[in-house]
Design a protein around this ligand. Structure first.
Ligand code: BGC
Length: 813
């Protein structure tokens, strides 16, 4: 490995940054969703009375590993001004700043008190679980309204969330605070046009919309990354159409979610989470149980109107192709539409959800009266259901109804695909099944369709076209390259064991990127094996952006971000001067949820490519992203770090961003958190208790798609247990499913400092324990000496770690 300076020497904005900032702006604009609009939008440049906690302090992303230390971030106020609007409510905003600062400093002092005497990593962990809650600001008064001198108001509600902590059913989180309610009621009356902007990583309670008429438009901003404010002005003004569509269902009220009363802290049981809704997650539930949502999955308004016509179908073996003609039927605005294809599967021995997404596509920008033919394709095997009785993916006989639409609640049946016998698509073995079945909610209504449109097109699928897949569940083999074999042959078992444990605290000579999440071991440097660096994700690269580097490559942080100041005191050795200044300005992208709302896999590929370029510049080998857990309940503190409630959409988005990153040589991703990490409170001890069908069809499906379509370099197991077994100790999950069924050839690592037994990881197929420390190292070493970790297991996991280390860019110099 040759030494290279993995940082910019100049603080100037680089060409790479400029092009990434442009892409971040485009991505945010494509990901915002217009929820309501009575015609007030688009809004040409004008005076705006801007209020609300997210107006000037716009939240660009979450806390914890989902954070990024960007060069700048454009809040909504700034974005509006850049876009030619004049903000005329400065005195309210200045008062807000004052209150914010006061409360922030009080919170900071609280954290300092709570963490006094702790080691730096403990401080970070403690502070993660206690994010700062933004104050609501003061009531808007008549003087504010008069001074604002405009008929247009925008009110921005913001909520901060992040790892280690679930959202709460409280005012200031799920519910509006009294101040927010009163302010919105006031603005609705005082201004002719009122726009509500939701700067939150997921839904909030919106019953206020049913109580008052004067809220004219609602925008789901989510968390739009560093260019969010500019992107907001782009969509507000109509420079860009709103082409984002929801990737999760927004209920009318919290109680409408199937697991509302049992989720996490709500029922007080943080140790066991019962996945009692089975496969009925998100729209699958709302649809099948006939519960009306506020905004369905896939929903979003545009500035124009579109017509959809299914022009053609084709069936080739098991592949289905539908051609959909989309036309912009509006008169003035350019727009893009997202077309969604759903399938309603016949109900046989197995219950089925009313419909499930099987394909989607987005048009290019269409000018009025222009049209585009979209080709949507899927394989019938992707619509198979998992039959626990025969341990196989099956397609039951009957009619499969193809539905086309623009959201899950607005679809039209366009064809019937008929099968005259039941086929087995894939024979499996039991994996992660609970000892005792989870009692699932009964279906109140039949989900099968009884009346079909007249003249419906029917195609018959020849069941002989299916060739059932079987798997070899024998111990997976690792094929070592000549170089890997030679290196491994020189290692004694105890040395090989080093590779199974992360590099832990910084050591002399270790390749380091300040602020990055972790490193592999440097203790084998004398054997020619250096270390690589792994960095969070998923909103960008989470590292320190200003450092100094001395002649030995030792780095120090110069610019400790504001949000770390509260607990950076103990990390003093990281801070300071000495050496030459160096810079690593990473892009803060919109959070994954917003990226996914673009429904644009090409865009996610571009974002991935851009992240990959930054990794090469900064000397980072693995991006600890994409995050791809399922949005199961809106209170999960990390939903914004994930794509959707739907496994197909999650899988496709993860595959696209992975392919983008890995289109560069020498860098890779880590799909996380594998799997069922849907609760943040007590996340390291909670057991997700779930039946195998729901596990496979909903929570694993997205990972399966991403693994098989994009071959990620690594996968990160989650903190939680599945049916009482820690995922990192779970052979069924990390070996049988991941490697035997999906042919994953990469490395599996633990999440940071989880509670799974490090000694049982390698045997289960979880090769690397992160971030590594002396205790874990000693435990693994002792297990190798005693034979608890046998030679074959040791060599296999060591080979997988070495393989990734050698694939790294830092070895390609
Ligand atoms: C998070 C992971 C993250 C890791 C490293 C953990 O607390 O759960 O998502 O990648 O830290 O920072």
């Amino acid at each position: 490995m040759s030494k290279k300076w993995y940082a910019a020497k100049s603080p100037e904005v680089s060409e790479r940054e400029k092009s990434n900032y442009t892409l971040a702006r485009k991505a945010a604009a494509e990901g915002f969703v217009l929820l309501e609009n009575n015609g007030v939008l688009p809004l040409p440049a004008c005076k705006i009375a801007l209020y609300g906690m997210g107006a000037r302090k716009t939240i660009k992303g979450g806390t914890g590993s989902g954070a990024v230390n960007e060069r700048y971030s454009v809040p909504i106020e700034k974005g509006l001004e850049n876009g030619g609007y004049t903000v005329t409510s400065k005195s309210w905003l200045d008062d807000y700043d004052f209150e914010y600062d006061e409360k922030y400093h009080a919170w900071e002092a609280e954290i300092a008190k709570k963490t006094a005497g702790m080691a730096p990593h403990e401080i970070f962990a403690a502070a993660k679980g206690d994010p700062f809650r933004f104050p609501a600001g003061r009531l808007v008064n008549d003087e504010d309204v008069r001074a604002s001198d405009t008929d247009t108001a925008i009110y921005v509600i913001a909520r901060q969330a992040g790892e280690s902590h679930d959202r709460r059913l409280e005012p200031g989180d799920w519910y509006l605070t009294d101040v927010e309610r009163e302010n919105l009621l006031k603005l609705a009356v005082a201004y002719t046009k009122t726009v509500l902007v939701i700067n939150v990583g997921g839904p909030i309670e919106l019953s206020i919309l049913d109580e008052v008429d004067g809220i004219d438009a609602v925008v789901f901003y989510g968390q739009g990354g560093m260019e969010g404010g500019n992107a907001f002005a782009d969509v507000l003004s109509g420079k860009t159409d709103f082409s984002g569509r929801l990737t999760s269902t927004w209920a009318l009220k919290y109680e409408d979610y199937p697991n509302a009363s049992t989720y996490g802290h709500v029922n007080g049981d943080l140790d066991n989470e019962s996945y009692l809704e089975g496969i009925y997650v998100g729209y699958r539930y709302f649809d099948s149980y006939a519960v009306k949502p506020r905004y369905p999955f896939g929903y979003g308004l545009s500035y124009t109107k579109f017509s959809l016509a299914c022009s053609d179908f084709a069936l080739q073996g098991t592949r289905v192709q539908a051609k959909v003609q989309v036309m912009n039927t509006g008169a003035t605005n350019v727009g893009r539409q997202v077309v969604q294809l759903y399938l309603s599967c016949p109900v046989g021995r197995l219950e089925k959800e009313k419909k499930r997404l099987v394909a989607f596509a987005k048009t290019r920008e269409l000018v009025p009266k222009a049209s585009e033919e979209l080709v949507l394709e899927f394989d019938m095997t992707s619509a198979a259901s998992y039959d626990e009785a025969v341990l196989a993916w099956v397609l039951e006989k009957g009619a499969y109804l193809l539905q086309m639409g623009v959201d899950a609640a607005n679809t039209e049946i366009v064809a019937a695909l008929e099968m005259d016998e039941t086929v087995t698509c894939e024979q499996c073995v039991a994996c992660c099944a609970p000892k005792q079945r989870v009692d699932e909610l009964p279906l109140p209504l039949p989900t099968a369709y009884t009346s079909l449109p007249e003249g419906l097109r029917r195609l018959t699928i020849d069941t002989k076209s299916f060739s059932p897949v079987t798997h070899d569940y024998g111990e997976p083999r690792v094929v070592e390259s000549k170089r890997e074999k030679t290196l491994l042959d020189t290692l004694a078992p105890q040395e090989m064991a080093e590779l199974l444990c992360g590099g832990g605290v910084l050591k002399q000579g270790q390749h380091n990127v300040t602020g990055a999440g972790g490193k592999t071991t440097i203790d084998l440097a004398n054997k020619g094996i250096g270390n690589i660096v792994l960095s969070d994700g998923p909103a960008g690269l989470n590292i320190i952006n200003e450092i100094t580097m001395d002649e030995n490559g030792f780095e120090r942080a110069v610019n400790i971000p504001e949000k770390y100041k509260a607990y950076a005191a103990a990390a003093k050795n990281m801070i300071g001067e000495g050496g030459e200044p160096a810079y690593r300005y990473a892009t803060a992208w919109p959070v994954h949820l917003v990226l996914a709302q673009s429904w644009n896999t090409e865009l996610l590929h571009q974002v991935g490519e851009a992240v990959g370029r930054e990794m090469l510049e900064f000397g980072i080998t693995i991006w600890l992203a994409p995050g791809m857990n399922i949005n199961r309940n809106p209170l999960c503190g990390r939903n914004f770090e994930y794509f959707s409630e739907d496994p197909l959409l999650s899988g496709k988005m993860a595959a696209a961003i992975t392919k983008g990153v890995q289109s560069h040589q020498g860098v890779g991703v880590s799909l996380k958190h594998f799997a069922c990490n849907n609760q943040e409170d007590n996340r390291t001890q909670c057991s997700s208790n779930i039946n195998e069908r729901a596990l496979r069809e909903i929570y694993l499906k997205g990972f399966q798609i991403a693994v098989t379509e994009s071959q990620p370099w690594t996968v990160m197991s989650s903190y939680n247990k599945i049916n009482h077994i820690y995922t990192a100790n779970n052979y069924d999950l990390c070996t049988k499913l991941l490697r035997c069924e999906w042919n994953f050839g990469g490395l599996v690592m633990t999440d940071w400092g989880g509670r799974a037994d490090p000694v049982l990881c390698a045997g289960a197929g979880n090769d690397l324990v992160m971030p590594g420390n002396d205790e874990v190292r000693q435990q693994i070493a002792a297990a190798v000496s005693s034979g608890t970790i046998d030679d074959v297991t040791l060599r296999r996991s060591a080979a997988r770690v070495l393989h990734i280390v050698l694939k790294s860019d830092i070895y390609q110099q």
